[in-house]
Design a protein around this ligand. Sequence first.
Ligand SMILES: [Fe+2]
Ligand SMILES: [Fe+2]
Length: 299
Amino acid sequence: MNTTVVAVKPEAKIKKVISGIRNLPTPPIVFEQIQKVLNDPNTSVGDVANILSEDPAMSVKILKLTNSAFYGLQREIDSVKHAVMIIGLEAVRNLVLSASVLNMFKANDGNKEYHEVFWRHSLSAAFAARLMAKRFRGGEIFNPDPAFSTGLIHDIGKMIICCFLIPEHTKIVELMQKNPDWPEFQAEDAVLGFNHALLGKELAIHWKLPVRMADAIGYHHHPAEPNDSEDFAYLICLCDFLAHAGSIAEDDAKAARYQIPPAVFEFFKLDAPEINAVKGQLMEEYMKAETFLKIAGLN
Ligand SMILES: [Fe+2]
Ligand SMILES: [Fe+2]
């Protein structure tokens, strides 16, 4: 008898995992509504400001962030409508997304430290992505706003594993302790049959985030794999390395292990002195992370 074994694709496995999670975190209604109106080309600043006014806590965050060092504007913005007008619709959509994800995953006594390291790294990647997006050809290729929020959620799959696949997460941590040279995705692949990058991509699709964002999350460890958003995946890959290397979170020994792969240098035609110059600028950017977290992370 001829038995054919059909391998289950990681995507199918992940979809099953996602649909099986009760209380799966989802962005708040205000984000859903903003997404919806932004798909309409006739949407005005007033429409978005009206949606925001239904969520006073989010309105306060947007107003405070617009007036903070995060934007570094010269004049005081005194209304949400004015804020939307000044920073733009795309920026508002991404700020709402960023502020939302910071509150979606709650730490408990068992994983406080993991959460702390996770969000520090994610914020570092977000600030790196915003800075690099502004730098490349004078900001013509990448929009800094989605770059920031994609940097912030590029590892969001890890949060799903840590918060909802707890026995598997324990096994992954043990496997990494036994194999300290392994990247985390390798240990995840071994335990789960998929990794946090692909899990994050499927989550982004589930949340109806833009395709480019989902792709960049899905391929941030393997940007050369065929995908429709290769340039954005390379950007997030680079910023993941920058965040590890010059992080506000990690120790020197760990940082030294993260060397930017030659393919990333080649893709962006970068050289080491240029990266070193960026690192200095990044340290300045990271100073704003505390302010961002204080305002956006408020419950
Ligand atoms: Fe990652
Ligand atoms: Fe990362």
